[in-house]
Design a protein around this ligand. Structure first.
Ligand code: BGC
Length: 340
């Protein structure tokens, strides 16, 4: 394995880790993944030209660490320990992605640790309550590890001075196709696939998910089958969102995404995976916007979005003061065997 750091303009560093036929690139801006190439095929959407301008005014959070709270918070408010908090309504009237002063726009400090079979980049930063409006100042460490088995691991650690919400995720979009065609041909599999429908506000308001394994009578489902389904509840969701933008519960935190060439194995200790298929690229007015609907699919591992307003203080995102937070997700890429 071989690691190289490139200092670019505006405080933007690229950290490139090379391992045989793969190269993975991270940046200190938002502790992001920038690209992940298997030979010449970039399997994540993003900043191929490695220009810092790519991220300015970009609403799609390519590869970013998003937080302190990844998903939407209804009406940008919540109550914790009897006190009401008002957050930035940056998805009017809701709050999303931790607001505009969240982790995705933060320059992290970092340290590179090269070990025998893996390289770690330990990114650290602090968010204060004055910055993002959540209670408590919080120290955050995001560690990206890449190993000789082509496995990328993301670990989140944090401690807060007060009871707060912490629900970070990585907003990476995958596209395993060599020709950068849409991801409709990607097959999603897990023994359990429970999709939580959204209301018109893009919020989950039901405890009754759509059981995809039951609906399709199989546990390997092409995204096109979801997009084109005529099962009424699912068809309604696909029409309303233009594709996937849904929390999905998978069996034991394990799922697989593949096309005819690659297999991506994902494992997480978080309860949901929000899959978003880049449904409306038109909101980004930029020369860098080469994207079309379904150009990629995110696999955002997190607690149920808006959980604080749904479950109160039992919500998985509540972090007690001075208690360590830890969560881990792994993404492993491999070339498909011919008999798969
Ligand atoms: C959200 C989408 C949003 C997208 C782009 C996803 O995490 O669920 O609703 O459009 O991010 O920022």
């Amino acid at each position: 394995m071989f690691t190289k750091v490139e200092h670019q303009s505006n405080g933007f560093d690229l950290i490139k880790i090379n391992n045989d036929e793969t190269t993975i690139v991270f940046t200190n801006y938002g502790a992001r993944i920038v690209s992940w190439k298997y030979n010449d095929n970039n399997i994540v959407l993003g900043n191929v030209v490695e220009a810092d301008e790519f991220y300015l005014d970009n609403p799609f959070n390519f590869g970013a660490t998003v937080g302190r709270y990844g998903g939407r918070i209804e009406n940008a408010t919540f109550e914790l320990e009897g006190q009401a908090y008002q957050l930035e309504a940056n998805d009017d009237p809701h709050h999303i992605h931790g607001g505009s002063n969240g982790l995705d726009t933060t320059f992290f400090d970092y340290e590179i640790v090269e070990q025998v079979n893996q390289t770690k980049i330990i990114f650290t930063t602090e968010l204060t309550e004055a910055q993002d409006g959540y209670p408590g100042d919080i120290r955050i460490q995001v560690t990206h590890t890449y190993d000789i088995n082509y496995c990328w691991t993301v670990e989140y650690e944090a401690t807060s001075t007060k009871t707060t919400l912490f629900n970070p995720m990585n907003h990476v979009y995958f596209n395993l196709n060599r020709d950068n065609n849409v991801v409709d041909n990607h097959v999603l599999s897990s023994e359990e696939l429970l999709l939580y429908p959204l209301n018109k506000q893009h919020l989950v308001d039901t405890e009754e998910p759509i059981d995809l394994v039951d609906t399709f009578g199989k546990d390997k489902i092409a995204l096109a089958e979801l997009f084109e389904s005529d099962v009424p509840r699912l068809a309604e969701q696909m029409a309303q969102c233009g594709g996937l933008d849904h929390p999905i519960e998978v069996s034991q935190g394990q799922l697989q995404l593949c096309n005819d060439q690659f297999v991506l194995d994902v494992e997480t200790d978080m309860p949901y995976v929000v899959m978003f298929t880049f449904n409306d690229p038109s909101s980004w007015d930029s020369d860098f916007n080469i994207y079309k609907a379904h150009s990629g699919v995110t696999l955002e591992t997190q607690c149920m979005p808006n959980d604080i307003n749904r479950y109160g203080e039992d919500a998985c995102s509540v972090l007690e003061p001075h208690q360590p937070f830890y969560s881990k997700t792994t993404y492993k890429i491999s070339v498909k065997n011919e008999d798969e």
